[in-house]
Design a binder for this molecule. Sequence first.
Ligand code: BES
Ligand code: ZN
Ligand code: ZN
Length: 505
Amino acid sequence: MKITVENQPKKLAGHTTLVIFTTKTNKGKKSTIAVAGTSCPNDLEGELQKAHSEGLYTSNNGSSLYLRNQGAKEYDHTLFFGLGDEKSINYETLRSAGGHLVKQLRASQILKVDIDLASATALLKDIELATQALTEGLQLADYSFDDHKTLSTPDKPIAARLMCTDAKLSKAAKAGNKTGTLLAEAVNFSKWLGDSPGNTMSPDLLAKAVVKEAKGTGIKVTVWNKARIEKEKFGGLLGVAQGSAQEPRFIIMEYNGAGPKKKPIAFVGKGLTFDCGGISIKPSSKMEEMKYDMCGGANVIGAVLAIAKLKLKVNVIGYIPSTENLAGPAAIKPGDVVTFRNGKTCNVDNTDAEGRLILADALAYASEKKPAAIIDAATLTGAMVVALGNSYTGVFGRTDQIPQLLLEASKHTDEKVWQMPLCEHHLDDMKGTYSDLRNISSFSGAGSSTAAAFLSHFVDESIPWAHCDIAGTAWNASNRLSYVPKVGATGAMIRTFVKAAEIFK
Ligand code: BES
Ligand code: ZN
Ligand code: ZN
């Protein structure tokens, strides 16, 4: 989808539609609807109110009224589109309306559309942020994964123009549209990584996709092969990779937007391109969803790409350990002991708790670089899905600093984040019998906290850190948000990571 900001309504070739957003106000039992920030073309005000009084148009967020062959002279048709209650309009309202609007345009096969921007942004303080949110909603919703469909033709691109007649506002709108587009492009790229099946997104193919996508962004990408990973003593990553015919990879993405002296924020992402559980094999029902077990890695990749494309004045490094977890003849066995990069040892009591094994090496390596902070993302535990379902990402930390940073950032991005407990009891539960650590807790319950406690062993205590368990939010998360696919990868936390990097002090 191509979105531009334009000043002059010019008659376009072919059939065109003007979208005008409307709001509603409730007074007692009576609700009224209005158009904010712009004048309703010709005599459409009457039509609008009539449709409302007849119960044909509610002006709820996502509701619509399509008037054919009516409206301003530059357009063939007018589409009134509801934002919802005037009192509760915020940036998320526009993101949501953008998502609904794309669905409506696709359903009606409208490929050329002008949007009256003032009608969307009039009730919000910051036109740049408002435009950014609307663009995010439009671009994020206009994603589908069709790589392997041969029986249907792919959707034609929609061209949307955000009409903004005020020159001063148009400058802010252009900036917001640019930011929103770049962010959504990065999120949609991560969604594509996640949605790609295990056979087209192996660790090697993931690394190659990163190298290709990072071209021209200023990001330096380094990819370690198995020999290098052995040399660097990543015992956890190698242990998990043993059961697969595919070689593991370790992907490093470095972006310096703040000069060489500033310490970077390190992002670490779990990149399991498929997790069958290994010898502790998973049940077959829904096992196909474990192609999404690399979404932590994919979303770290998306965050670093977005930060670089937005040219933020920050330094970041992304670390993505990537492997399959399969049950081949050489697979790691329950009871085996691995030695990690930092020398700590661990009993692998359950080969399905593999994410923590590959993150351990990556976190230890990241710690050696003494970054200003470490933030990791992983589809780490089924227990996270039990605890928070598919709305909230759970965030853990040894201290509150980085969890609070992420909570603060999420207020700007409207992603849902919930801080979870991590204490010495959880650490106790991960002590090993025959080695330093065990990879599953010696008690039942609090599986997400004990997993976080395990990870904390690999983060230098002097480095502020947060672990984000996106097991519930990384895919099939939205039966709720118009701009997030109902099924498939979501790009959870990417926009929040970008904001966190921006506001980190
Ligand atoms: N990738 C899974 C976690 C997962 C499960 C994410 C379902 C999303 C949906 C992870 O590798 C795993 O299997 N974890 C185990 C850990 C357990 C053995 C301690 C789990 O959660 O069952
Ligand atoms: Zn697993
Ligand atoms: Zn896993």
